[in-house]
Design a protein around this ligand. Sequence first.
Ligand SMILES: [Zn+2]
Length: 75
Amino acid sequence: MPRTYDRQCPHCSRRATWPDTPTYPFCSERCRLIDLGAWASEGYRIPGEPVPEEVEGFGYLDSEADVEADWDERG
Ligand SMILES: [Zn+2]
C-alpha cells in the first residue's frame, strides 16, 4: 500500500496531498512561491552564505569616493 500524505497548504489552508500534489505541502506552485518570497523578505539568510554582490558594491563605491577625494586635493 503506497504511502500518502494529506495536510493543509501553509499559505491558503487548502488541502494538499502527496503524491497527487507535486508542490506538497503547498496546494500549488503559486502558494509555494509566495511562501518562499515571504521567507526571503523576512530577512532570513542561509548561515555562512556570502553576499558577494553587496560586499563588492560597497567596496567599489568606497574606492571611487577615495579617488574623487584625491582629485579634489590636487585641484
Ligand atoms: Zn495554497
